[in-house]
Design a binder for this molecule. Structure first.
Ligand SMILES: *Cc1c(COP(=O)(O)O)cnc(C)c1O
Length: 423
């Protein structure tokens, strides 16, 4: 693509964009003057799909008019409600429908998955994470180590970027496992690193882990709905995600989990049980003996909160209409345009630390001009009605999202960045 650093070019790209109409499916926050903000924060909280309100309203109506009968007779019956999401989630994950389940929230699901798949022995008990892991993931694995009687000081192994950079190199992981592999039980790694925006080489990680005899799980918080996934074929043991980032399902939305088919229907896998993991046909017989539901549904514990599930069903419908292939194609062009404009206009002032050949929507920007305070630039962007996000110590994350952002958003961001750099 031959990009041009002009507003005219951005407008022409928007006019040609076959996904352009999806922008109208979303509510954009507005500044006091009534202008839509430049929203580049879908990596943190995706925008509200307009049809989310309709879906929630329908559940409220069905509750009002049907009461308890809505479990069976709502337009989307509540008893098998999760199955409204399964096909869409399976598609986004590149998984079989039996391998995915929408449930709980991300950190809860990480714990449920580790309950099943972190099975330490005296010799092989350590957990490997990356050194800049999201704090919740770090806390979760530290507490899992303690739960099994191990000291995180020795039980936690960290995969570091090389000195002076933020990029994780798969070769370094390979070496770590060659040196320590027989003491490591589990690798818990992100699909997309939340701070740098780097897409990790998930298939390679799966191969390396398997060779070393380690279990591997992915945190897909920044990956699902952002980059193509092929979980069934890559074959990690498990994965978990949240749905309020690129999946646009609302604050605290229902998360999800993937369990590879080789672990399904394996009675030997330990798991925490509740009545929603009981086979649906006989669940309400209320017997004292447990009959497992098929597939990943078995990991469900409770009946899910329908009102917070509904926006995800609405959002998955939009993903189905847009198609992940088309979204990824546009995403590469759109984020590529942002990268191009930054290099054209802000060389020596602002640089992206996100690897060019391994990225999703997000670029993580650093202000490298030492005469300008990065935090002040971020605050000035906020005053110019740009919503991005700040991550300590010095990164501004910007994520043009192909579902609702366009080339003009990217161009306009750069105009406002220019103004912000000049105070
Ligand atoms: C967003 C995010 C979380 C948030 O966890 P919740 O349980 O949804 O609050 C955890 N881990 C990573 C890597 C994230 O990006």
């Amino acid at each position: 693509m031959e990009y041009e650093a002009t507003r005219k070019f951005a407008a022409a790209m928007d006019a040609e964009d076959e996904l352009r109409k999806f922008r109208n499916e979303f509510n954009f926050p507005r500044a006091k003057g009534g202008e839509d903000c430049i929203y580049l924060c879908g990596n943190s909280l995706g925008l509200q799909p307009k049809r989310a309100a309709q879906f929630v309203r329908e559940e409220l109506e069905d509750w009002a008019t049907l009461g308890v009968e809505a479990h069976f007779h709502a337009r989307r019956p509540w008893l098998p409600y999760h199955r409204q999401a399964t096909p869409g989630l399976a598609k986004l994950c590149g998984a079989l429908p039996a391998e995915v389940i929408g449930m709980n929230t991300l950190t809860v699901n990480l714990h449920l998955m580790m309950t099943s798949f972190y099975r330490p022995t005296a010799k092989r008990y350590r957990i490997l994470i990356e050194s800049s892991a999201f704090p919740s993931d770090r806390f979760a694995v530290q507490s899992q180590l303690r739960l099994h009687g191990f000291d995180p000081a020795t039980g936690l192994v960290e995969w570091h970027p090389r000195a002076g950079g933020s990029e994780l190199h798969t070769g370094d992981l390979e070496k770590l496992l060659a040196d320590n592999g027989d003491s490591i039980a589990l690798l818990l790694l992100p699909g997309v690193q939340y701070y740098s925006g780097q897409v990790l080489d998930m298939p390679a990680i799966c191969r390396i882990a398997k060779r070393a005899g380690c279990v591997v799980g992915f945190d897909l918080a920044h990956a699902i709905g952002n980059v193509p996934l092929d979980l069934h074929d890559w074959a990690p043991d498990f994965a978990a995600w949240c749905s309020y980032k690129y999946l646009n399902s609302g604050p605290g939305a229902i998360g999800g989990a993937f369990v590879h088919s080789r672990h399904l229907d394996d009675a030997g896998t330990p798991k925490l049980l509740g009545w929603w993991g009981h086979d649906e046909a006989t669940r309400f017989a209320m017997a004292n003996s447990f009959t497992p539901a098929p597939g990943a549904e078995l990991w469900q514990l409770s009946n899910p909160p329908i009102l917070s599930y509904a926006p995800m069903i609405a959002s998955l419908q939009i993903f189905e209409e847009a198609g992940m292939k088309r979204l990824r194609k546009k995403s590469l062009l759109l984020t590529g345009y942002l990268d191009f404009l930054l290099q054209q206009r802000f060389a020596g002032q602002v640089a992206s630390v996100t690897p060019q050949d391994a990225r999703g929507c997000q670029l993580s920007l650093q202000v490298i001009d030492k005469t300008v305070a990065a935090r002040a630039v971020f605050e000035s962007l906020e005053r110019h009605n740009v919503m991005a996000d700040w991550r300590e110590p010095n990164v501004i994350r910007v994520a043009p999202v192909p579902l609702y952002n366009g080339y003009n958003d990217v161009f306009e961001f750069c105009e406002r960045l220019q103004a912000a750099l000049h105070g």
